[in-house]
Write a protein that binds this ligand. Structure first.
Ligand SMILES: NC(=O)c1ccc[n+]([C@@H]2O[C@H](COP(=O)([O-])OP(=O)(O)OC[C@H]3O[C@@H](n4cnc5c(N)ncnc54)[C@H](O)[C@@H]3O)[C@@H](O)[C@H]2O)c1
Length: 327
């Protein structure tokens, strides 16, 4: 199948391209290289340096390539930045996605796979499930982690609101125009090619600082928990999503809550780092605990996270070590 991958030069998108090609698909690549890197792009696929906000540029790409499916990974994905610049975030993440949906409708694309976020869409959870039960709704899903796809969506930041809004639009295009879709709600993704100098992506940031023997810091007390899923597992899920006949929303996580302090300790062991972290105040609005139940992805997509945390961290440290040598 001929598949357009947006965000192809990014951390997750580049792994998705690799796995789609490995599965025998033809890929067409799109990125504006804002955070993505040209070096992440394979040489054997057409690349379009187009911005999601450039409606005419996207239309031209569709007219030439006529993709049969879209795997939409491109986004601005920094929670803190999204609070500082909500307009740009909405333009790229929401309007940019609408541009793609309009083209998918026009060209009758067979599948729209969307990278959403389990970390930011569910927020902290709330007590609505009890109230909804009283209202007669059956099984509204747990309001505390591990979150299922039925858990109340309560984003706490603009980025999470952007992604949830896109989910709603995708489902509307499915209802109104028959667009087949799969929405994948990723947990905290880590692995090779994650930006070691970014503000998000704690594994890569710690590994980069530790290997360079630089000071490190943890925001809050480090007891906040996340669900760390390896990037290759997430990329494989995108291949399964393209192939499935089902429409749906799927969590992609390990189901294992892991404290930031644990990540810090494991990475210290792997890198031989001996310094203690500085503990900084916890940013307002930061989610305290989130991890995901991915039973539905197991049952309907045949997916489960295969890479164990220690193995994934080891692979990431090895990559950071060689990336540091290259740069
Ligand atoms: N990393 C995570 O833990 C995580 C968790 C949940 C969801 N996601 C989602 O996964 C996707 C990939 O994230 P990532 O971590 O690989 O980030 P990334 O920044 O490495 O990748 C995003 C890519 O999108 C491109 N891009 C940004 N704005 C663009 C625009 N206006 N036009 C065209 N391209 C643009 C960037 O250049 C980059 O290559 C995003 O949609 C993100 O929201 C990531």
């Amino acid at each position: 199948m001929k598949i357009l991958v947006t965000g192809a030069a990014g951390f997750i998108g580049s792994h998705v391209v690799h796995w789609l090609q490995h599965a025998g698909h033809e890929t067409v690549l799109l990125d504006n290289l804002q955070t993505g890197k040209r070096a992440n792009l394979p040489a054997d696929a057409p690349f379009y340096e187009v911005d999601l906000r450039d409606q005419a540029g996207l239309a031209e790409l569709f007219a030439v390539e006529r993709p049969q499916a879209l795997v939409h990974q491109a986004a601005l994905a920094n929670v803190r930045e999204s609070m500082k610049d909500p307009i740009t975030y909405a333009e790229v993440n929401i309007i940019g996605t609408l541009h793609l949906l309009e083209l998918a409708k026009e060209y009758g694309c067979c599948k729209f796979v969307f990278a959403s976020t389990g970390g930011a869409v569910y927020g902290e959870g709330d007590d609505r499930s009890e109230r909804e039960r009283e209202d007669g709704e059956t099984d509204p899903g747990p309001s505390t982690p591990p979150f299922t796809e039925k858990s109340p969506a309560m984003p706490m930041d603009n980025y999470g609101a952007n992604k949830l809004s896109c989910e709603h639009y995708i489902q509307l295009y499915s209802q109104n125009y028959g667009l087949p879709y799969v929405i994948l709600r990723y947990a905290n993704v880590y692995g090779p090619r994650q930006n070691i100098k970014g503000e998000a992506g704690v594994v890569a940031i710690f590994a980069g600082a530790m290997l360079a023997d630089q000071p490190t810091h943890i925001t809050g007390d480090g007891a906040q928990v996340r669900d760390f899923v390896f990037v290759e597992d997430v990329a494989r899920a995108n291949v399964l999503a393209v192939a499935t006949d089902a429409d749906g929303v799927y969590n992609l996580g390990t189901g294992q809550p892991t404290e930031i302090n644990t990540i810090y300790r494991l990475l210290s062991e792997l890198t031989g780092y001996r310094r203690r972290p500085d503990y900084l105040p916890r940013p307002a609005g930061e989610v305290r605990a989130t991890w995901l139940d991915s039973t539905k992805a197991g049952q309907e997509l045949g997916w489960e996270a295969e890479i164990d945390l220690r193995d994934g961290l080891r692979q990431t440290v090895e990559w950071v070590r060689t990336a540091a040598v290259r740069s």
